[in-house]
Design a binder for this molecule. Structure first.
Ligand code: ATR
Length: 273
């Protein structure tokens, strides 16, 4: 990639960012589409200062990750309606000096689900009630999925369910009966606890579409158990690449090279294993 005086800077704001796959993915996409831009990762504590720097340096856009998805919002010029409802921004676009915030975690999850038949009118069980669950639950509710939220801390499930006119259950003993789509948004099953699954796998029916947002490992205990029963599955890379594809399209107005972005992520995951 040629860096010159016209190169536009994009970046990732978060903490920590050392293991992020976003720089490799976005730089490969810029190169593929011959866009004169570079994407760097910035580990930082002060989101307000990062946005001031973004304006000073006239950066083209940024990805925002933990722990800044909420605290950046107060310093943007505009927040997209869905991101405002979710209460989290993971994407900033510099529109002629105006910094506008979006949530493409929701777009990424919905893209992955739509590729497997979508969730409209389906009974969807979301496991977890944290930030990731929130984005996914809002997306499902918006397209008319019948939403059930189950969480270890029942109170958090109740509060999210209340906002979305959904139902809730404690995670312990959650019923998988009649569930069309099951989505794990918790960190259960992530390295090093790779043998753990958030629900009793013996209860899974082959009719259920099972999605996990954990991508380390790619085949979690939940997904391998689901596959053994004959379920269709969606792995964590699908949502991760989906949110980046949507970011790239917001920044450039061009169709993102999704297959290439996915292969960059898969290669890095294999290398790091
Ligand atoms: P994120 O923004 O990634 O969703 P978060 O807001 O910290 O992260 O939420 C983490 C989610 O994973 C929560 O739903 C959490 O359950 P609690 O609300 O009970 O804390 C869930 N979680 C994390 N570890 C878990 C475990 N060992 N068993 C069950 N749920 C777990």
């Amino acid at each position: 990639m040629m860096i010159d005086a016209d190169t536009r800077l994009y970046g990732l704001f978060g903490n920590p960012v050392g293991h992020s796959l976003s720089p490799a993915m976005h730089n490969a996409a810029f190169k593929e589409k011959e866009i004169n831009a570079a994407y760097l990762a910035f580990g930082l504590e002060d989101a307000q200062a990062a946005l001031a720097a973004m304006r000073t340096l006239n950066m083209g856009g940024a990805s925002v990750t933990i722990p800044h998805k909420t605290d950046v919002m107060a310093h943007l010029d505009e927040v997209d309606e869905m991101a405002a409802r979710i209460g989290a921004v993971n994407t900033i676009v510099n529109r002629r000096g105006r910094l506008v915030g979006f949530n493409t975690d929701v777009t990424g999850a919905m893209r992955a689900l739509n590729a497997c038949g979508g969730v409209k009118g389906k009974r969807v069980l979301v496991i977890g009630a944290g930030g990731a669950a929130r984005a996914i639950a809002f997306g499902i509710s918006e397209v008319g999925g019948e939403l059930v939220i189950a969480n270890r801390t029942e109170k958090r499930a109740e509060s999210l369910a209340h906002e979305l006119f959904a139902t809730f259950q404690p995670l312990k003993g959650v019923s998988l009966k009649g569930v069309d789509v099951l989505i794990n948004t918790t960190s259960v099953g992530m390295t090093p606890h790779i043998d753990e699954a958030p629900v009793a796998l013996s209860e899974l029916s082959s009719e259920t579409l099972v999605m996990d947002i954990v991508y380390n490992p790619l085949e979690t205990a939940l997904l391998s158990g689901a596959r053994a029963v004959g379920c269709e599955t969606i792995d964590g890379v699908a949502m991760f690449v989906g949110q980046a594809v949507a970011q790239f399209e917001l920044w450039t107005g061009l169709e993102a090279p999704g297959a290439l972005m996915q292969s960059v992520v898969m290669r890095s995951l294999k290398r790091n294993r």
